[in-house]
Design a protein around this ligand. Structure first.
Ligand SMILES: [Fe+2]
Length: 451
């Protein structure tokens, strides 16, 4: 069986490290004051059974006054981590309640939260130490997606939870201060894997796609979901506000799977555009099979009840991101990891690609031989900076020295040499998602806690 996720730079690191005043090549823009945090799986021992099952480890770099003031990596110490519970237990059965907190890290309402889609969040400090579970004061009674969407206008955090058992899908909305103010069960035909979703100015969009829970796989050492030829695929569009399940309209689409939308918007009134990294199918031929994706656009004509589908770009991309200030709004630029299949069929060679969704052009940043970037996160140069005026931050693995850097690109001169490169004291394994948590304007950074 392929266990790509235990090899090369997918393999875990064992030490939790702290280092100060890191070496820099180039410059750190003085406007960057905050920290880049990223989550990913880092199995504590042995093969966890699936890439997605490794215990979550955060890697962070703080930038301030033109310096890289620290690097830290820390496990997210959930209750199940502390108890030594793993997704696949010693008896070989799946423990679907094991909490690996390995997928994303965000800040909202004064808290930094490590997220995984089958559990409630885990709060961590700005230095990446675990505070403990966070369930919105007991109000959150389902799991929480690792991909909440914060409206840049209202500051609300829209999210959902899904499960193998009812309620299969629940929509949630927290206000800007982090109070959970709405929870609404959404009816779906079956227990599908719903990794992410999208918002626009007026709508919330759910993706009910044919990767369906197969209870027989609960006995196996792998992901208990597989491709279904007959489940179908649909988008659920719910008006924002205090809508209910009865207000959701469902639109059939061509079967596919999507982990991640790039963004959604209502560029034209009455038409909802959703740009996604689309897999023609997923886990049809085994739960470690990841086919190439393409950037795809669904345009929903709400009044006509139709969905137009088109491929925007043929290259295979994942981890798409936009400027967080334009989530749900018409964004011109998007960023993604462009992947090329490696020898075992899994993508190993990557560039970052920048999309200009208005002109239809693209630009790539090639990090050089043996240098492999993860997700790129856009950070504006200042408050009120134009959409393209800022930086794209990513961890880059350098196979030549088996180490990693934090690389800072100029978003407006994307293919040019990096503005700055911070050499990290150890390699950062390929992981999932991250956030820039800004000191001044960022993602609701919590105030310092009293000692
Ligand atoms: Fe994700």
């Amino acid at each position: 069986m392929t266990t790509f996720y235990m090899e090369g730079n997918f393999a875990p690191v064992r030490d939790e490290t702290t280092a100060y005043d890191l070496p820099i090549e180039g410059t750190i823009p003085t406007g960057l004051s905050g920290r880049y945090l990223r989550n990913g799986p880092n199995p504590t021992t042995g093969d966890p059974g699936h890439w997605f099952f490794g215990e979550g480890m955060l890697h962070g770099v703080e930038l301030r006054d033109g310096r890289a003031t620290w690097y830290r990596n820390r496990y997210v110490r959930t209750a199940s981590f502390n108890e030594g519970r793993r997704v696949v237990g010693e008896n070989g059965m799946l423990d679907i309640e094991a909490d690996v907190a390995n997928t994303h890290v965000i800040a909202h309402g004064g808290r930094i939260l490590a997220l995984v889609e089958n559990r409630t969040p885990t709060e961590v400090t700005r230095e990446l130490d675990t505070v403990g579970p966070f369930d919105f004061g007991g109000r959150l009674t389902t799991a929480m997606t690792a991909h909440p969407k914060r409206c840049p206008v209202t500051g609300e955090l829209h999210f959902f939870g899904y499960g193998i058992f009812p309620p299969l899908l629940t929509y949630h909305r927290a206000d800007a201060a982090g109070n959970l103010v709405q929870s609404e069960e959404i009816t779906v035909p079956g227990p599908t894997m719903i990794h992410d979703f999208a918002i626009t100015e007026h709508s919330v969009i759910f993706m009910d796609l044919p990767v369906v829970c197969d209870p027989s796989l609960l006995m196996a050492r792998t992901m208990p979901y597989r491709w279904s030829e007959d489940y179908g695929a649909r988008l659920g569009i719910m008006p924002r506000g205090n809508s209910t399940n009865a207000d959701v309209r469902w639109f059939d689409i061509e079967p596919c799977y999507v982990f991640h939308p790039l963004n959604a918007s209502e560029r034209r009134p009455g038409h909802i555009e959703i740009d996604v990294a689309r897999y023609p199918h997923l886990w049809r031929d085994g739960q470690n099979a990841f086919e190439p994706t393409t950037l795809h656009r669904w345009t929903v004509d709400v009044a006509a009840g139709t969905v137009k589908e088109e491929t925007i770009d043929d290259r295979s991309v994942e981890f798409p991101r936009v400027d967080e200030r334009l989530v749900g709004r018409p964004a011109r630029f998007g960023y993604a990891v462009h992947t090329r299949p490696g020898p075992d069929g899994f993508a190993m060679e990557t560039n970052l690609v920048k999309y200009d969704l208005v002109s239809g052009t693209t630009e790539e940043h090639d990090f050089g031989p043996g240098r492999v970037p993860g997700e790129g996160v856009f950070v504006p140069a200042s408050d009120g900076a134009a959409e393209d005026d800022g930086y794209v931050l990513a961890y880059v693995y350098d196979a030549g020295r088996d180490g990693s850097d934090l690389v800072i690109l100029d978003a407006s001169d994307f293919s040019a040499s990096p503005v700055g490169t911070v050499a990290l004291p150890q390699r950062v394994p390929f992981g999932f998602h991250g956030s820039w948590v800004d000191d001044a304007r960022g993602l609701h950074l919590p105030p310092p806690r009293p000692a």
